[in-house]
Design a protein around this ligand. Sequence first.
Ligand SMILES: *[C@@H]1O[C@H](CO)[C@@H](O)[C@H](O)[C@H]1NC(C)=O
Ligand SMILES: *[C@@H]1O[C@H](CO)[C@@H](O)[C@H](O)[C@H]1NC(C)=O
Length: 581
Amino acid sequence: MLPMGRRRFEMKPFALRLLLWAVVVVAGAFTLYLTISYAAIPLLIWLSPTLNPTLYDLGFYGGSPSQTYISNGLSSPRTSITKYDPDCDKGYTFLNYNGGSMPDPGPAILDSNSELVWKGQNYAVTTNLKVQTYMGQQYLTFWSGRKGGTMGKGVYYMLDSSYETKHTVSAAAQGSEIEGDLHEFEITKDNTALLTFYNVTPADLSSLGKFKNGWLTDSGFQEVDIATGELLFEWKASDHFQVNETFMTHPFGGYIKSIPFDFFHINSVDKDSKGNYLISSRHTHSVTCIGPDGQIMWILGGQRNQFTDLSGGDALNFRWQHDARWLNEEEGIITLFDNKEGGPLHVDGPYSRALMLQLDIANRTVTLLHSYVSQYRTRTPSQGSAQYLPDSKHMFVGFGHSPVLSEFSLDGTLLCEVHYGAQWLHVFDTAVSYRAFRSANWVGKPREPPAAKILDEMLYVSWNGATEVEAWVLQGGGTGEHEEEWSDLDFIDKEFYEESFDLSQLSQYSRFRVGALDREGEILGYSDVAPRESSGSWWGFLFAVVLWGVAFKISWMGYKWFSQHKGVARRGVSWVVWKKS
Ligand SMILES: *[C@@H]1O[C@H](CO)[C@@H](O)[C@H](O)[C@H]1NC(C)=O
Ligand SMILES: *[C@@H]1O[C@H](CO)[C@@H](O)[C@H](O)[C@H]1NC(C)=O
């Protein structure tokens, strides 16, 4: 007589058994997930708060943990501050959130506590958000368009202090297919714009062992007049560089038009007081100075390097670099971001760093003055920026493809570091900002009123982009013939992007609005009358608990069954094998 369990087991068709096991495994995984995220991790952090940044960087909270604001529905990353120093610059940080884990990509401004100040909505992919001066006015500028591989086709926006588009700048096309690329948009002192472009063109690639009739991604830059759009200057790499000066390799690149070979990869343009252009080209590992006539004046780094390294090789060994800029022309000082990596097949050093180099152009020598390495020695395969902050003499460095922002003293000591995503997951393209920019010079006065919403007994308020709000005043409205009368009920100082008022003791009022106060206590604007919403959050919580219970019960039944029938299961498997053979 067989035991019942065994008989039942053997009666079940194989597919059904597989299905049952799949249900048990899924329920088990789900139970584990809920238990870890909602019980184990909170407990761990309660026991040891210092673990928090590590769990954050490992992605325990997701690729880019975010918070959603009730007042306006926008989201922004919850940052992790891994290093802090009170001497750090108090300006705003300008980023472009991109990457697979970003719930709400777009241009963003953060304050010195990494609190959101402004989030741009309804732009396509954006890069290079910063503050620039044009005709004596400050503008928020960025690129927006379509990204294809590592280049883009789009236009450059210039927003005024109310976040309205005042100008858009395009590349001068001249009958070609040239469009503005995502890597650079720099407004010069002459009120012109420097911008990069990429275009695909037939080329002889036989010096690379490829076809004579191959396809090249050429790249270059233009200087255009912002007011008229007139092209003032154009330079392209293929006129001045050989394709075999590249360090990029791509086994399939260059044979067909849809997979062209990107030999140069321009990624920054800066203009000096003499009218020369300083450009960085990632795939030739070089920084090149170009005269107003388009001719090359000198090349730093790469195959045609003209400089002697007075720092034993440490000044010239930058690889796959970005963002080369003049810091001090008279003293010959430039800054750049040395990635050291151009993707998994092109790794040329242990970590990325920002560099401050001193050039003696007459003698063609270069000296490494300082280098800037992140707290955990981040090596980022693409993007990145290095900015000198003249007031504090600090360096502000964005690690591009890795969600790390670091501030250093001039000599390279790390002072502050903020992560806006899980840095150890960056290979998955989780949270990215092409560059990061720091400036205190921004005043935002949005045209839209503050956003206010009531959820249960709380009123939530925010004002996207407003930089001058110091405090909020809650007002309650009268009814009937007193509808136009508002009385002050409560005040709070503004500390966070979104603030909230408790309405539970104010049941005598049925209508509320919020006023924004500036430093002098003057009203900057009022929200509309706040609409009410109910959250049902208790139901959500209850639902999660029930779900956890069900999943736990299923996994527990599966486990019990398995431990009671270990022998049977083994015999059952051998029975299946025996029957087949
Ligand atoms: C690069 O190619 C050119 C021909 O286009 C050739 O003259 C030159 O020797 C090559 N340089 C190297 C380093 O192979
Ligand atoms: C660099 O060149 C200047 C002249 O331009 C010369 O006076 C100086 O000695 C040179 N310095 C070095 C280190 O060679």
